[in-house]
Design a protein. Sequence first.
Length: 358
Amino acid sequence: MRLLDRYVLRSWLLIFVLTALGFPVVSIMINMTDNLERLLDRGLKMPEIVVSYAYALPENVFLVMPAAVLFATVFTVGNLGRYSELTAAKAGGQSFFRLTLPIFVAAAGAAGLAFVIGELAPESTSRQLELQKSKVAKPRTARYNFVFRADQGWVYTIRSLDVQHRSLRMLVFERQGKGTEYPHLAITADSATYIDSLGSWRLWQGTSQRMAEGGEVQTFRFQTARLRALSQEPADLLAEPKAPEEMRYAELTRYIEALKRSGNDTSKIEVDRALKIALPAACLVIALFGAPLAVTSPRQGTAMGIAISLGTTVVYLTFIQLAKAIGVTGAVDPVAAAWAPNVLFLSAALWLLSRVRT
């Protein structure tokens, strides 16, 4: 890496790290101050509160990453122009695009980092809620009156689960479907026992219904049976169901597939899943947009840099919310809706780049 590349990259990274960590820390401190009395009333000690808010950092960093990239890009390029370093580099044979290449490479790296942080954020946020006693995490050996959503569209309704005795009582297993190849199935059983040697459940005293097209229902009773879809071990059934916002990308994909097989509308969740990639990708798009924008008024100073960065961030977030609202209605493909702000800003970025004097 050349000396000039290292200089540009070092300047960009300094502002990026300060922004990516500084904004979330300030936001977390404000939130902690607002909720301090309530958390103390729950019996939490100050060190426990501080640790719990440390788990809020990944979610906050993930949300602020595009803005951090924008601030770093605008201020780095703006400073190069303000102190005539951009002019000197051009006089030495450096084009604007070559000079800003380290910034775009770093922004691409920030996009990958944002995706990784976004995958860690749900688990971290869940841990924060547990520490703050907003979400109770209790070791249990039994569970009562619950619904468990499994893979392949299966939904289990269970009266009681006893992990120690490896048993279930009063069960209903249902899978929504259509047509003869993937029919609607409903299975009830009085009880089930987990056979460790076989690694499977044995159902006792129940009925199975297969609902084909035309309303025809085929029913048969059984004394004992085995349901291949019931592959979870007893301890697995203790897991509390996750909300979509608590799921990682792969978990959301499986959840969406199960809902589709059940005939449910998945537009909102598909938009949320697409945003898990679209938001990190915005880091690169925003860098491409911010670099040429910063050289339009390089001598306006820090105030102009802040105004450009904040204004662009507000506009981008507004477009994200509009796109989500449109995608949820189903009027536009959910993936297209999630990526629409990136496409719009990328188009503007390419236009701005075409007007930059190289």
